[in-house]
Design a protein around this ligand. Structure first.
Ligand SMILES: *Cc1c(COP(=O)(O)O)cnc(C)c1O
Length: 643
């Protein structure tokens, strides 16, 4: 069923939501929404970015477009000023006879019935469960509201609105731009430009505003080809097993600013690594995370690799890192020939347990081979316990690297993540809270280190007219194009953090009555970004007989509904590639891996997506929806203990 054809939608109001749902159902991919209300730019509607005003659509490559604006005048005005390939859309559960002529831009919603030999004019709306009997003529820009019934041979003039639940008897003619009130019964003709209501419907007054100039001139339906797309004949709808749209764990969330900056960079022809956007991104990023210097790189992994190089970590050295992390943290230690020493998580923050780190630091000194560095990871949006880790590193005189790849935007005692070590590392990979598709940043207080990192990242070219090298370099710099995207993303960071925390609170409230589920806690010193909402599943809690539902059962239940979720990181000491590496503790991270699940948490997810996730989880634990206490995203009252 999947057409995967890209389309645009104009309008970001309530009517547009219904249109988006319809387009999804038909397998279209809505590339962008346009609306003149500046307040909704850079937000998203059901996960689709609202990228700018209606007229800005001209600057985008033309795609089939639907005007999803319920108001007839507004729809007509937009159609009059834009020349686009208008898309008609018929819901798979509407019944439209194959003989019906559809004008461009017509939308027919679920449950509607349109009988033989009717004509639906350009941009007409046949709303949910409306019925249109044989031989009706429905003009351009008409809106038949939900539950309207037109008997046979009715004619509805251009721009007329027939209100919800109104009925029109056979052969009646309704004039242009006339409004029929909700629930009215129309037994005889109505003139143009009046408001009529009641049973039987009587003319109450004239329509106040005049219709939009030129609106609908040229009756697009009659002229074959109309403007842009050909009027489509309704095709018989095949019964479709419609799979619900995929909900991703943490998809990229782009806005219009990123697009503008990217195009500007493109037009400037600074396509190379380096360039003005790289410099600006580094400055803006350093300010944001409270660092003196920032170096934009091709990935977070590159940042970790260079951080270890800057600290002269090399062959045979030992570096302590969290066992509960993404492999990149430990891989970087291997790149320089060093050995990772894995430290278990503490129960509360899930990050490196400072007590175990202390024991490892002391053991190293006793053994006569001190640790060369500590690489502390801020996992899943939350800072490690730096109040304990920093003094330990100072006492043992071991440098601290902070892998803040998952925690950009988080704070610890009010200080930004990434500012706690001698070097901080960030990632802009596609699943992170902000993204440049791929990229990373190294931050440090030391100018000489920042310059050395830049040197190493650009193939370690010495200053000379020819290519001169005195050490081994890397090709690790970020491209100017991607830095442009990063600048736009960075501007949205605070908003993205706010939204991710809101999503966390939503899940917390919606699942509060399930004893099987607990949430990753937020220690008092931390303000997590809730990059990913993580739960622990204990299927035996509150269970009465039968087999307990496990984390994996839950993951599979979500997957069956086309919802992506993922187990919490598998600890590094359990990974085949790191078998044999030393590990301190391990039981805590093993349990977090066994029971931990990351839920869809992207800032572009909409309320309907989250409702779907919650419904599947509740069903997996045989807990029906609690309609009465269902929390709403609009209500931003923080849940207990999560401000
Ligand atoms: C994503 C991530 C990285 C690696 O970043 P890339 O940009 O993908 O190379 C490193 N450490 C942690 C903890 C991460 O989550």
């Amino acid at each position: 069923m999947s057409r995967q054809e890209r389309v645009y939608v104009i309008g970001a109001g309530g009517h547009a939501k219904v249109v988006l749902a319809l387009l999804r159902e038909l397998g279209y991919v809505v590339a962008a929404v346009f609306d003149d209300d500046a307040a909704c730019w850079d937000t998203s509607l059901c996960g689709i970015p609202v990228v700018g005003c209606v007229d800005s659509i001209r600057q985008h490559p033309p795609l089939p477009t639907v005007i999803a604006v319920g108001d007839n005048r507004a729809r007509a005005a937009i159609a009059a000023r834009l020349d686009l390939p208008w898309l008609s859309a018929v819901h798979p559960r509407a019944s439209v006879d194959p003989s019906v002529q559809l004008g461009p831009g017509v939308v027919v919603f679920a449950g509607a019935v349109v009988q033989p030999d009717c004509r639906l004019g350009a941009h007409a709306i046949v709303n949910t469960s409306a019925s249109v009997d044989h031989d009706c003529q429905v003009g351009d820009f008409v809106h038949l509201a939900p539950g309207v019934h037109l008997a046979g041979e009715v004619s509805v003039g251009e721009g007329a609105l027939v209100g919800i639940g109104a009925s029109v008897t056979p052969g009646v003619r309704i004039g242009r731009w006339t409004v029929v009130g909700a629930g009215a019964v129309v037994p005889g003709d109505l003139p143009e430009l009046v408001v009529a209501a009641g049973i039987p419907a009587r003319v109450r007054r004239a329509v106040q505003e005049l219709p939009a100039p030129e609106a609908g001139e040229g009756g697009a339906i009659a002229a074959a080809g109309g403007r842009g797309q050909e009027p489509r004949r309704a095709e018989p709808q095949e019964p479709q097993a419609s799979e619900p749209p995929r909900i991703y764990l943490s998809p990229p969330h782009m806005g219009s600013r990123e697009r503008e900056l990217l195009l500007e960079a493109f037009d400037s022809n600074w396509i190379a690594p380096l360039g003005p956007h790289v410099d600006a991104f580094e400055r803006e990023f350093a300010d944001k995370v409270g660092a003196a210097h920032a170096v934009a790189l091709s990935s977070g992994t590159a940042a970790l690799h260079l951080a270890l190089q800057l600290l002269n970590v090399g062959l045979g050295d030992r570096v302590a890192t969290s066992t509960l992390t993404f492999a990149a943290s430990a891989n970087a230690i291997r790149y320089v020939g060093a050995e990772p020493v894995f430290i278990d998580s503490d129960e509360r923050s899930w990050n490196m347990d400072p007590q175990l780190l202390a024991e490892e630091l002391e053991a190293g000194v006793q053994r006569g081979k001190p640790l060369k560095a500590v690489l502390a990871v801020d996992i899943l949006g939350q800072c490690a316990d730096f109040e304990a880790i920093q003094p330990l590193c100072r006492f043992y005189d071991v440098p601290l690297i902070e892998d803040a790849a998952e925690a950009l935007g988080a704070t610890y005692r009010g200080r930004p993540a990434g500012s706690f070590g001698q070097i901080g590392c960030f990632s802009f990979n596609g699943n992170k809270i902000i993204t440049t598709s791929g990229g990373g940043m190294l931050v440090t207080a030391r100018r000489d280190w920042a310059n050395h990192a830049r040197h190493l990242a650009t193939q370690a070219r010495d200053p000379a007219p020819h290519y001169e090298h005195s050490e081994i370099g890397y090709n690790y710099r970020m491209s100017n194009l991607l830095a442009a995207i990063g600048r736009g993303q960075l501007q949205m960071l605070d908003e993205r953090v706010r939204r991710r925390r809101e999503i966390f609170r939503f899940y917390q409230q919606a699942l509060a009555d399930l004893p099987e589920i607990t949430f990753m806690s937020e220690p008092q010193a931390c303000r997590s970004t809730r990059w990913l909402t993580c739960i622990l599943v204990d299927g035996t809690a509150g269970q009465v007989g039968g087999r307990a539902t496990t984390r994996e059962d839950l993951r599979l239940a979500l997957a069956r509904e086309n919802i992506e979720s993922r187990p919490v990181w598998k600890p590094m000491h359990l990974q085949p590639v790191f078998a044999g590496c030393p590990v301190a503790g391990g039981q805590v991270s093993e349990r977090l891996f066994r029971d931990g699940l990351c839920l869809p948490s992207g800032s572009s997810l909409c309320a309907a997506d989250l409702d779907r996730v919650v419904a599947v989880i509740r069903a997996a634990f045989k807990r029906p929806r609690r309609e009465a206490v269902k929390p709403s995203l609009a209500q931003t009252v923080p849940a207990r203990g999560s401000t």
